[in-house]
Design a protein. Structure first.
Length: 141
């Protein structure tokens, strides 16, 4: 359980570093006067992820203070049924993404070449990631 406790502490540290980076980027963009829509969206997205990170930091801190909560969190993360469900979701999800990207790519061709090539790149990247991970896990397992 001590290894798991160390892993939870590391998660808290990584989440704290992420929140600090978002805070620095937000301050830097305010000082530099960057207020275009892309910067605003990126910062808003980063702050949203930061809020989720803070939620998990609080959850993990509470688990570190109580042995029962830590044990419950450990069981939750290492549950075989949940791992199997997550594997099925991931496998189905990646296939749905590939098909959605491909369909959107074919439709976008009639409207904008830029969008078409962007979706083509996203489709090819997703297929490449799936192939690389499939190859890796076939050798590992």
């Amino acid at each position: 359980m001590e290894n798991y406790r160390r892993k939870v502490r590391n998660r808290i540290i990584i989440a704290g570093i992420y929140c600090a980076i978002v805070l620095i980027l937000t301050a830097a963009s305010a000082i530099a006067g960057l207020d275009d829509s892309a910067t605003s969206f990126g910062l808003g997205f980063g702050v949203g992820i930061g809020a989720v990170a803070i939620f998990f930091m609080i959850k993990y801190r509470g688990a570190l203070k109580s042995e029962d909560k830590l044990k419950k969190l450990y069981i939750e993360e290492h549950d075989e049924r949940q791992k199997h469900v997550n594997a099925l979701v991931g496998r189905t999800g990646i296939n749905v993404l590939i098909l959605s990207f491909a369909l959107a790519m074919l439709i976008s061709h009639y409207f904008s070449q830029t969008i078409f090539f962007t979706l083509l790149a996203a489709t090819l990247f997703t297929v490449a990631v799936k192939a690389i991970l499939g190859s890796y896990y076939n050798k590992k397992v």
